[in-house]
Design a protein around this ligand. Sequence first.
Ligand code: UGA
Length: 451
Amino acid sequence: MSVIADNCPDIEVTLVDIDHKKIAAWNDKNLSNLPIFEPGLKEVVSRNRNKNLFFSTDIENSIKNADMVFISVNTPTKNKGFGAGYASDLKWVESCARQVSKYSKGHTIIVEKSTVPVKTAELIEEILVSNKKVKSVNKKTFSVLSSPEFLAEGTAIKDLENPDRVLIGGSDKFAINQLKDIYLRWIPEEKILLTNIWSSELSKLIANAFLAQRVSSINSISALCESTGADIKEVVKAIGSDKRIGNKFLSPGPGFGGSCFKKDILNLVYLCRFYKLDTVAEYWEQVMLINNWQKQRISSLVVEKLYGTVSNKKILMLGFSFKSNTNDTRESPAIGIAKDLIENGAELLLNDPKVTKNQIEKEIGIRELEIDKISFGKWEFVNDIYEASTGADAVILITDWDKYENLNWEKISNLLRKPSWIFDTRGIITDDLLQKIDSNFWQVGYPMTNS
Ligand code: UGA
């Protein structure tokens, strides 16, 4: 929305939320207190805030005054009831539709921005038109469009400024043109794809499923490389040079995280089962199974390499966000790996350039495990990586922050208690650096025969 405001000075954009604290943070004079860390966002907000970009909790009047309403609420996986563990919970989308139905005036275009299961637009439409009495008195009319978002966190502003494509799904030509006109201000027409509403909804799930599938594919091969003596970096180079395969999204890692991949794949699996396409459902479910397996294989190999026990051993974990350049920790592989190590008795020292101690506490919960009143497994947040390395038994690199790539790994290795281990789950430590490291070393997809 900030990028729309930035490119369309004549359009007034108002963001509303029921969460007063969140809106207050978006209005905070100190731009470092914005609720989301995203490179470039601070600048866009500061250029436009209180000019044509507003943050408000006045939902009623904001809807009344709007010609177009973007529904951008979260759609988490249901944890109970029918479809629990797979289907998306649409209660927030539904509640937005009810509010638009109640407060809107005249003709309103509703744009479904949240990632939703196929046919959600139909549900929104049903809610909007069901309030017949209000409709006839106030002459309300609605058009529903689907325009899913493809930005990735960490590169959101760049992705929005220069997207590969913008997708608009719907059947009402007037509404489609209104939305298209907004994007045309900065996006070439050939990048704006028009489609029917269901194809648009499904395309979003499938784009994420394909991306996640690539990560699971390369992670599965990383394990095979470690066992056979092949090097994943060489394999990636060789297969990525084939234009049909392409070289993007082929970096092995500790498993994909983020709020979307898991949710969207589970949604896809649910959808396939609903339409009795069980074999298709099983195919996509494997993408999730490999992802869980990769995370678990990393925690158990850390224990195994540290001579079968991490009890009372100090392990420095670098990175807690699910990828670099974001403070988002949702579904981060760091969560499961950290919990596994703590439950096995490790003293974990956690560092992240943007994730706060409080956020980590929310994700891991426990600070200290106790068995028979004896402390067994704990974690603390550390700021100074070199100080934390002193006397530690191992370092495990989880998030691909540039900062970690540029650390003095030779110094870190020298500070560790010997025999020490460095585990690089992102493959960022180069061969040159490796020569200087006086520690045992494991890198994802690196031939173990060489270590
Ligand atoms: C993803 C999609 O890339 C966006 O197009 C989509 O709009 C978004 O989900 C969404 O639905 O909201 P995002 O989750 O922000 O974006 O981040 P990605 O860059 O896709 O990374 C996802 C996970 O895969 C991260 O944990 C990342 O570290 C991992 N990954 C990615 C790898 O392990 N290897 C790779 O080569 C690429």
